[in-house]
Write a protein that binds this ligand. Structure first.
Ligand SMILES: [Zn+2]
Length: 138
């Protein structure tokens, strides 16, 4: 059985390696779809939606209205620090694919119910483009 919940947030980023427009500072309204798979618990639930929000909400909140930036983009990081603007420094290029892994790492590190066997995340950068990945828990 699977359950899913959607989250949305606003975030800026850039892809310095990109030959086209994505090298510029810009932002998206991101959407995350997170799915949990597992057997039902004694209450007939895979996971309480309230608990999904408790696990995933703070991860999304940390990113909301921030600028996500790779740790080697030092000039921009210095600027963000100088103007005291919210930013999240990461060690990866800030593609939708890598943001999927970011969520999978954080969610699988959380205290999840023991019946959860798989997490799937989809990160939408626009209405029509997304990256998707999943992780089986052991
Ligand atoms: Zn972008």
């Amino acid at each position: 059985m699977k359950i899913a919940k959607e989250f949305k947030w606003e975030m800026g980023h850039r892809l310095p390696f990109h030959k086209g427009k994505c090298k510029n500072l810009h932002g998206h309204t991101y959407k995350l779809l997170v799915e949990f798979s597992g057997d039902l618990d004694v209450n007939g639930m895979v996971m309480d939606y309230y608990d999904v929000k408790k696990v995933v909400g703070p991860i999304v909140e940390e990113l909301d209205h921030s600028f996500i930036i790779k740790n080697d983009d030092t000039e921009v990081i210095e600027f963000l620090q100088k103007i005291n603007s919210k930013h999240v420094v990461v060690n990866f290029e800030t593609t939708a694919e890598n943001i999927c892994y970011y969520f999978l790492d954080k969610i699988s590190d959380a205290d999840l119910p023991s019946n959860i066997s798989k997490i799937m995340v989809k990160v939408y950068e626009t209405e029509s483009t997304y990256a998707e990945s999943e992780r089986t828990l052991i």
